[in-house]
Ligand binder design. Structure first.
Ligand SMILES: Nc1ncnc2c1ncn2[C@@H]1O[C@H](COP(=O)(O)OP(=O)(O)O)[C@@H](O)[C@H]1O
Ligand SMILES: Nc1ccn([C@@H]2O[C@H](COP(=O)(O)O)[C@@H](O)[C@H]2O)c(=O)n1
Length: 208
């Protein structure tokens, strides 16, 4: 029987640098080694709702996510089975019709704002990381990104930040930091932390 894949969770607030850290770690390995599973792709399907109603969803609340499906997919991958990974479109606030057929790899990184908030997900992880970046940097990064890449206006980003992102960060995300094994300050430019993560993964792979 082959070893189960190693599951690494990368959590942190929106704009903290989770994606950048994950990308930097992946760049140290071949494409065949690490599979990234984004919690964002597992937002509940809202295709049955009109776009105006989707704008009212609180995307920072745990109930916005279909963690049952995410957990099923992680379990399948850990049992060497492929999954049909959903694809998410931030511009229309729902999953697209497309799914991607993905095969398990030796290392699975599951990345998202609330992955350490659900004990069922935490139980599946071998290593838990929290990317910890100050709120002022996170909002600046998010403003730039959401306007450039996610089709948002300045007003909508500020309004969403005040009404849902900040309260959910304080209520759910920040407290979930206590479940992390490793806390990475500042995110993607923290080369020392990324080197340490990459070395740890190399050590685990060497023992397999
Ligand atoms: N250290 C950094 N300095 C400047 N910009 C950064 C840094 N890390 C990330 N960013 C930018 O901030 C935005 C959010 O980063 P990202 O890694 O996507 O965070 P998250 O996945 O936690 O939301 C992206 O546009 C990214 O390019
Ligand atoms: N339709 C959506 C779905 C999610 N969001 C925001 O995305 C953030 C999580 O993604 P990060 O890459 O920033 O971690 C989360 O804070 C949601 O507010 C959205 O705006 N619209």
């Amino acid at each position: 029987m082959r070893d189960k894949p190693v599951v690494i969770g990368v959590a942190g607030g929106s704009g903290s640098g989770k994606t950048s850290v994950t990308r930097s770690i992946c760049q140290r390995f071949t494409d065949k080694t690490i599979l990234v599973v984004e919690q964002d792709y597992y937002y509940k399907d809202q295709s049955h709702l009109p776009l105006e109603e989707r704008l009212n969803t609180n995307y920072d609340h745990p109930l916005a996510f279909d963690n049952d499906l995410l957990i099923d997919h992680l379990r399948d991958l850990m049992n060497h089975k492929p999954i049909e990974k959903p694809v998410y479109d931030y511009k229309i606030h729902t999953r697209s019709d497309e799914v991607i057929h993905v095969k398990p790899k030796e290392v699975i990184i599951v990345e998202g704002i609330l992955i350490l908030e659900d004990p069922r997900l935490v139980d599946l992880m071998d290593i838990k990381v929290f990317v910890d970046t100050d709120a002022d940097l996170r909002i600046i990064r998010r403003l730039l990104r959401d306007i450039k890449e996610r089709g948002r206006s300045l007003d909508s980003v500020i309004d969403q930040y005040i009404n849902s992102v900040r309260p959910a960060h304080l209520q759910f995300i920040e407290p979930s930091k206590r479940y992390a094994d490793i806390i990475i300050p500042e995110g993607g430019q923290n080369h020392v932390a990324i080197d340490i993560m990459a070395s740890k993964i190399e050590t685990i792979l060497a023992k397999k």
